[in-house]
Design a protein around this ligand. Structure first.
Ligand SMILES: Cc1ncc(COP(=O)(O)O)c(C=O)c1O
Length: 384
């Protein structure tokens, strides 16, 4: 247990009401799910039969293909129980024990565990943040990949580069110019790309310079991952997928090997596969609710931080999180412990996501608006 989780357990045991600004479970964030439609989708009588299919049932893969608007043939899709499982399968496919996978920093903390479980080494490459003006031609400021640093991190044991698009928690998308540089680097070093696109439908502003998905990258072996968890706000149903793209012969071989790995587990349940079509059809409804919440909370947060404030919002381009830069009167750890200990507000410290410097606080924009607003009021009142 770390000091924050210890304090949280003590607080909860003492009966304190915590304002949890880290809520990232959509099923407990107060959204209205079309329960009847979800349950009806899961009651398909075809689920009573077991037809093992390593890549997943064609009906489900076709539904995922439909999500991509026909740009992705079902033959290039392999179903998994989740995106986390997809990472595990891909690490097995691409890396031997001791091989290296490059992952962005700051980013989603699960990589270390997922890689360690496959005996693969994680090597971090930096994303850098620049202040700047946004123009119609695309963002000049914001987060970008430090390609010089990334290139320096590539060793003969490197097997793949992970991009999280948009990234958690920075909310930054890959840009078209970056994709060109990335594919060039991967071609030269014979590396695959793993693109985590679970939040790609949650763009918070338009940007023509952005790459929404890597599903049609054709010159480098690329695995684009997503799933119902974020796309429809249904993490409990356990359906994710991998889209494979790249040079035809390499793709064919990768798909055959992935099918062999998936066949060893056959982990995707039959009911959710038959339900994939109707469940994906719910995404418009669920995404509208989620985006309204996320945008509303972000607008509120920005409205509370004036020009002369010692606080700053690191504006996200997409996703469910907002990073707040806090005044350096405390370290990150002191901030999160003070906010929880004295103000009953739970936020995550930047170091959970390996931010390069301090002090950053990470909040989930999925949090119910009343809780979010009261939590933000208490946070900002602590220094200002
Ligand atoms: C960037 C990112 N990738 C993957 C996942 C995991 O998704 P899944 O529920 O499909 O395993 C998460 C969950 O928070 C995430 O933030």
């Amino acid at each position: 247990m770390n000091p924050l989780s210890r304090l949280l357990a003590e607080k909860r045991a003492s009966g304190a009401t915590i304002l949890d600004l880290t809520e990232s479970n959509p099923t407990s964030a107060g959204f209205t799910y079309p329960a009847d439609r979800i349950l009806a989708a899961l009651a398909d009588p075809r689920s009573l039969c077991y037809e093992p299919a390593p890549a997943g049932l064609l009906a489900a893969r076709s539904a995922v293909s439909g999500y991509y608007g026909g740009r992705v043939d079902a033959a290039r899709i392999l179903l998994t129980a989740s995106t986390s499982e997809a990472y595990g399968l891909l690490f097995k496919l691409l890396a031997d024990p001791g091989d290296e996978i490059l992952v962005p920093r700051p980013s989603y903390p699960l990589f270390d565990f997922l890689a360690a479980l496959e005996s693969v080494r994680v090597v971090e490459y930096p994303l850098v943040y620049r202040l700047g003006i946004k123009s119609a031609a695309g963002a000049h400021g914001g987060w970008s990949i430090d390609f010089d640093a990334l290139a320096r991190k590539i060793t003969p044991r490197a097997r793949a580069i992970v991009v999280v698009n948009p990234n958690n928690p920075t909310g930054s998308y890959l840009k078209k110019s970056e994709l060109a540089e990335l594919t060039d680097l991967c071609r030269r070093h014979n590396l695959a790309i793993l693109s985590d696109e679970v939040f790609s439908d949650y763009a918070l502003a338009d940007d023509p310079g952005r790459v929404a998905s890597l599903v049609n990258v054709d010159d480098v072996l690329t695995f684009s991952m997503s799933g119902l968890s974020k796309l429809v706000g249904l993490p409990q149903l356990k359906l994710g997928w991998i889209v494979i793209s790249g040079p035809a012969d390499v793709c064919k071989q990768a798909l055959e090997r992935l099918e062999l790995i998936a066949d060893t587990y056959l982990s995707v349940g039959t009911p959710v596969q038959w339900a994939a079509g109707p469940l994906l059809a719910l995404r418009e409804n669920m995404q509208a609710q989620i985006l309204e919440r996320v945008r509303g909370n972000l607008v509120y947060l920005e409205s509370q931080i004036g020009r002369d404030s010692p606080w700053r919002v690191i504006e996200p381009e997409g996703g469910w999180y907002a990073v707040i830069q806090a005044p350096r009167i405390y370290s990150e750890e002191e901030w999160v412990l003070t906010l929880l200990g004295e103000h009953d507000v739970l936020v995550q410290p930047g170091f959970f996501f390996d931010f390069e410097s301090e002090a950053f606080l990470v909040t989930s924009l999925l949090t119910a608006s009343q809780i979010f607003q009261e939590g933000i009021r208490r946070i900002l009142a602590r220094a200002g």
